[in-house]
Design a protein around this ligand. Structure first.
Ligand code: MN3
Length: 216
């Protein structure tokens, strides 16, 4: 949904809903993408419909500047705008095809975490420990030129902490409850093993090359 403006549209799922079975069921994928993600998109559109002054504002600007929006739509814009951004990032970041980080991305992971395995362990740990609903993230901090792992609550995005997202782990129960019930740690391990590290590496390379505008 990069640079997308009102009216926002639900991006397609980039693989068949059953592509990650038996780890993540088609039913979970269809509900998560077709119902939950769609609801964030529809709600954001309904919210902004009467506010034509924001129809030219792209999603990234909306989520970075939600606290300057009119008071009656501020919280809903934060939640639904973040929901759109985060879910787009999440679904794009998954792949049924196993992959590993390469090149400069792998070097940065080793520099900042010791090894790829240690980074994945840390990402899993932070994601599992999110209290309630939220997200675990691998991010890039431009100020200190390093990768870091953080958690956000509800549908908040890393942009609010002046960080750029590289990998997203959705730990809302709707992402796993049908398949894993209360076993969030099992879902997080499975999810991390289905992250498209080539795609994440492309995001990282864009960031260090300075090819991405600062949205905040
Ligand atoms: Mn979700």
């Amino acid at each position: 949904m990069k640079n997308m403006r009102y009216p926002f549209q639900l991006p397609p799922l980039y693989f068949p809903p059953a592509a990650l079975e038996p780890y993540i069921s088609a039913q979970t994928m269809e509900l998560h993408h077709g119902k939950h993600f769609r609801n964030y998109v529809d709600s954001l559109n309904a919210l902004l419909e009467p506010y034509s002054q924001y129809h030219d504002t792209c999603l990234e600007q909306l989520i970075c500047q939600w606290d300057s929006l009119p008071a009656d739509i501020r919280t809903a814009a934060r939640n639904n705008g973040g929901g759109c951004f985060n879910h787009d990032f999440y679904f794009r970041g998954l792949s049924p095809k196993p992959s590993e980080p390469q090149g400069a991305f792998l070097e940065a992971i080793r520099r900042d975490f010791g090894s790829f395995d240690q980074m994945k362990q840390r990402l899993a740990q932070v994601s599992v420990q999110v209290f309630g609903s939220g997200w675990g993230w691998l991010c890039y901090d431009k100020n200190v030129n390093s990768l870091c792992i953080i958690a956000t609550s509800n549908q908040d995005t890393p942009y609010r902490q002046q960080l750029y997202p590289v990998v997203a782990v959705d730990v809302w129960e709707h992402a796993y409850y049908l398949d894993y019930q209360n076993k969030r740690a099992d879902y997080v391990d499975t999810l991390i093993s289905h992250i498209d590290w080539e795609h994440a590496g492309g995001i990282y390379r864009n960031l260090i090359d300075g090819g991405v505008d600062t949205p905040f």
